[in-house]
Design a protein around this ligand. Structure first.
Ligand SMILES: [Zn+2]
Length: 265
């Protein structure tokens, strides 16, 4: 080769090599890119499958727990304790006489409650000086006189005597909209002001405490007739709300006492 052109050939060779190297680098880059894409696809593919599995698992879990809820849930509301009729034997520490009035449409319809009573409703007789027996007989006589609809499960007399007029699992006519859901208690009182003497008051506290414990009632389910309809009954507890609060306080105290006695603590 002519020496004059030799450097030109060398230059061409260098260019070729440079071009070749460039191509190799390009190829390597492309290969690396392809590898990255494959890895990314693999990663996201695995991630999607994982998310799908977790999602399916969650759905299956929800379906399963829903099914078991349905299985556990009772078809009907189950009574926590057996229905109570008369309570003289159950609360022997109290002077209770089971003296049920005759079944009649004015005071004892003979309708069984659908479920256990959920409220205790307190009343006063609004008949100063009358006894528990007299009030019981008045209710009984409504079957003949037909003058009004009225009755209560219990009347507590001036000496603390307790007349049970209607069984606890039967409806009485005393507390309006709550009649099919409550036990009504009439309290006798000596005077026009509607205040109660100690015997009536104390035995009412004891009876209410026993009943509320038996039916597992919350304390706010002890109410006055006034709380159902706004009627001034029981007069003394409506006109002296602090005395009503004190009465509830005593009931709460005796509930705790009876519970402690039952559990032997
Ligand atoms: Zn009343």
């Amino acid at each position: 080769m002519d020496k004059r052109y030799q450097h030109l050939y060398k230059k061409t060779d260098r260019n070729k090599r440079r071009q070749h190297n460039k191509n190799v680098r390009k190829k390597n880059r492309a290969r690396a890119n392809r590898k990255q894409i494959v890895l990314a696809r693999l990663f996201f593919g695995t991630l999607s499958i994982f998310v799908l599995i977790v999602l399916l698992g969650t759905i299956m879990h929800i379906l399963r727990s829903k099914k078991s809820d349905d299985e556990i849930e009772p078809v009907e509301e189950v009574m926590e304790v057996p229905p109570l009729g008369g309570v003289a034997d159950r609360f022997p520490d109290l002077p209770i006489t089971e003296d049920y009035i005759e079944i009649n449409e004015f005071s004892r319809p003979g309708i069984n409650l659908d479920s256990n009573p959920e409220y205790i409703v307190i009343h006063y007789t609004a008949n100063p000086g009358s006894t528990a027996k007299q009030n019981r007989d008045y209710f009984n006589n409504l079957g003949n006189t037909h003058t009004t609809y009225a009755s209560a499960q219990f009347v507590i007399g001036l000496e603390g005597e307790i007349e049970q007029c209607v069984p606890c699992d039967e409806m009485a006519y005393c507390s309006n909209s709550l009649n099919d859901n409550c036990i009504s208690i009439e309290m006798c009182h000596p005077g026009e002001d509607g205040n109660f003497n100690d015997d009536t008051y104390n035995n009412c506290v004891y009876l209410v405490a026993h009943l509320m414990n038996y039916y597992n009632m919350d304390m706010d389910h002890l109410i006055r007739h006034y709380d159902v309809t706004g009627k001034n009954c029981p007069k003394y507890f409506v006109e002296h709300p602090e005395r009503w609060d004190a009465f509830k306080g005593f009931v709460e105290k005796y509930r705790a006492k009876y519970r402690a006695e039952e559990t032997g603590k």
